[in-house]
Design a protein around this ligand. Sequence first.
Ligand code: NDP
Length: 335
Amino acid sequence: MSLNSEFKALVLDLDAEGKVSASFETLSNDRLPEGDTTIAVEYSSLNYKDGMILNGQGRLVRDYPHVPGVDFVGTVEACDTGAFEVGQKVICTGWRVGEVHWGGFSTRARVKSKWLVPLPDALSARQSMAIGTAGLTAMLALMALEEHGLTPGSEGEVLVTGAAGGVGSVAVALLAALGYRVAAGTGRESTHAYLTDLGATTIVSREELEQAPRGPLGKERWSAAIDSVGGPILANLLAALNYGGSCAAVGLAASPKLEATVLPFLLRGVNLLGIDSVNAPKARRVQAWHRLAGELPKDKLDAITHVRGLSEAVQLGGEILKGQIQGRTVIDVNA
Ligand code: NDP
């Protein structure tokens, strides 16, 4: 297949004061990074890490100019390894794409074929990015909890923190669809009806979750938890897990700090499970995508999805860092 000689991308660079600035550029194909597979990108998605990168936080990007976008879906235009056919739809998440390697806020991307997974038949390209890195992470968290004994019959509710955000929304919808009773922890009163519609059985306020227990351990309350906020909320929920319960720690939207005691581990046998979607082995990703395609209800997925144009990405990156984004935002790179 002969490729257009140019592509369009959102390009980040550093200004004279070392601040990150963004511009839309038309680039020739010789600017594409190294890789064996070239993809015509259709959609990317907005993730918390994109917000950090667009705002120069966390020193995630080493070299500028840089094209952000930590995930994307598109059509293979060329594949030197033969792993994918020209015309095949593929998904890319992780492997530090959009951080160290140019990412999906672009109409064309070039990556290693081993970073790609086939788009499952049951998902459209748009739906795959409505799931995106955040949704994949929610599924990886659920898989880890199940491997540590969680079943829909486990006593008590599963707590999801940061519930109205990207990871949280997919987690609530997924758990509810599989028959779990879900407590959604949120700081936004305006999201209560949204979370109930996704299947949450209980809404818990952020203030309540921030209240430390009186002693080193609280009352046993949660069968398990998926936590995307960290900080005091993570420490407190560990002290309120049922005996032998697990928390899948996913993110740090409140804080990277963990000021917990060892007592929940010593006296209740709880487990703290780290979830890393960036380096998750390919076989596990393929399994997670397969499950997402089959088990996440499409009506719920559509209910959490907003589609926006690439020109809005910078503004949206600021909003996600402020906790103002609800659900999942798909970026249509051709809009
Ligand atoms: P979102 O911004 O969409 O969601 C985060 C949610 O956290 C917000 O919507 C808000 O939920 C809550 N929140 C925000 N600030 C605070 C605060 N100060 N205190 C308490 N709660 C807060 O982000 P994502 O869902 O995309 O990502 C969530 C986290 O997961 C991020 O830290 C991200 O980096 C991480 N992540 C990790 C991955 C991994 O592989 N481990 C992959 C993907 C994401 P509400 O309004 O309901 O209170």
